[in-house]
Design a protein around this ligand. Sequence first.
Ligand SMILES: Nc1ncnc2c1ncn2[C@@H]1O[C@H](COP(=O)(O)OP(=O)(O)O)[C@@H](O)[C@H]1O
Ligand SMILES: [Mg+2]
Length: 479
Amino acid sequence: MTPDAPPPPAGAPAAPGPVLIVEDSPVQVEMLRRVVEGAGYEVMLAGDGAAALALARARRPAAVVSDVNMPVMDGYELCRRLHGEAGLADVPVILLTSLADTGDVIRGLNAGADCYVTKPYDETLLLASLRSQIDVPPTTSGADAGHPMRLRIGDDVHEVQARDARQLVGLLVSTYESAVYQNRQLRSVQERLLAANRELEDSNRTLEAAYAELRETQSRLVQSAKMASLGELVAGVAHEINNPLAFVLNHHATVSRALVQIEAEARPHLSPERVRLLDKARERLSDMAGGLERIRDLVVKLRTFSRLDAGEIRTIDVEEAIESVLTLLQHRLRERIRVTRRFGPQCSLDCYPGPFNQVVMNLLANAVDAIDAAAREGECEGEIAITTFQDEEMMHIEIADNGKGMSDAVRERIFEPFFTTKGVGEGTGLGLSISFGIVRQHGGTLEAFSEEGVGTRMLVRLPLRQTAPGAATNTGAET
Ligand SMILES: Nc1ncnc2c1ncn2[C@@H]1O[C@H](COP(=O)(O)OP(=O)(O)O)[C@@H](O)[C@H]1O
Ligand SMILES: [Mg+2]
């Protein structure tokens, strides 16, 4: 009994007698007491069936709310004993159960329980059950007292004997009510789970996108680092070649001049044999001039790749610059390659004009080469599409062709100096590495998108304004 029970709230039921709460868990007891007292009932507490029976004998409760599993005497036994006692037989018993298996209902019926409430219980449902059991208590015996029945549930046959039809129906309805309540709980949990799942899927997608971006950034960084170190290497090599080249060129000029002078004086006195030798020497010297020219050209290209020998930054009109490069390439385009232009309305760009033209030239020359290669394989109708547009900070220049395209393995290497898939004398493998260096020096990016047999899209992005001339990342050492 609880002497410190609060006074019943206004509108509470006229005291029908105490509610006997039987529960071995102190925490559960406290919670039940709070709920039942909160509804205005007086409460008696017992920790197991035997103690409950003793309390009920001392003072008849209006109803019993009992746990099933308890030490000493469980809920079913308590129920049976109560209903066997004169004066207590019509005390309604509400069993708190997890209803884990159908056998529970049979056991409850046979024990004479009036109502089931599942654990964890809903307070409203528990109080509604309690109220209806107290308001309309069960009858003790009856004309409609049930006969024993044999019921098959699953593989088991159960002997069932309800006290009367009311107990049978009451217990089954309360079981059903509890199941409906549990079902509702389950559904709401399921909805919350679905929502959580959707959130998880969203986060997963975000994570995947972030990961892809990270990998792309990483490969760009690796590429940049590789190009930067190559830039230094190439600058060093160019420097080493440049010095001996300079004196070889000088000496070549000196030797050529000397030969001309000697020849003029000596020729009339020479035998035909010696004259032939002299002519051969002159020819060889002229061949050497061609070879030396090519070496000088290569050194200039290597230097451009590693460092911008570029003069000053100027503001140019991108459309004009592209058109001038197209004019230079006209002999290679002729009628067989259609060039479509989609120039954005704004075309002004800060850059080193020479190197910028070189980038455009390299990209267009590669596009023409790729179309030629595809044409050799039987496809024709070459097309190069040039698109420019700008956003707030960058100028985008895209050069797309429907040439032979490239495999992933080729695409991964195209920015390496001397990487070429073209035959000897057709490609040096320097065009894209030089372009990459130039674009980088401008603080921009150069990317390739390609599909073998379909075509290639080269995308240049350059900052519209160069704040400090030459301040962008330098790709290599001075030569
Ligand atoms: N538009 C393109 N279509 C197909 N392959 C290309 C294209 N641009 C470049 N490539 C590939 O990249 C390689 C390197 O290009 P580049 O550096 O300009 O050197 P090169 O043109 O002298 O071979 C080419 O040999 C070619 O395999
Ligand atoms: Mg090229």
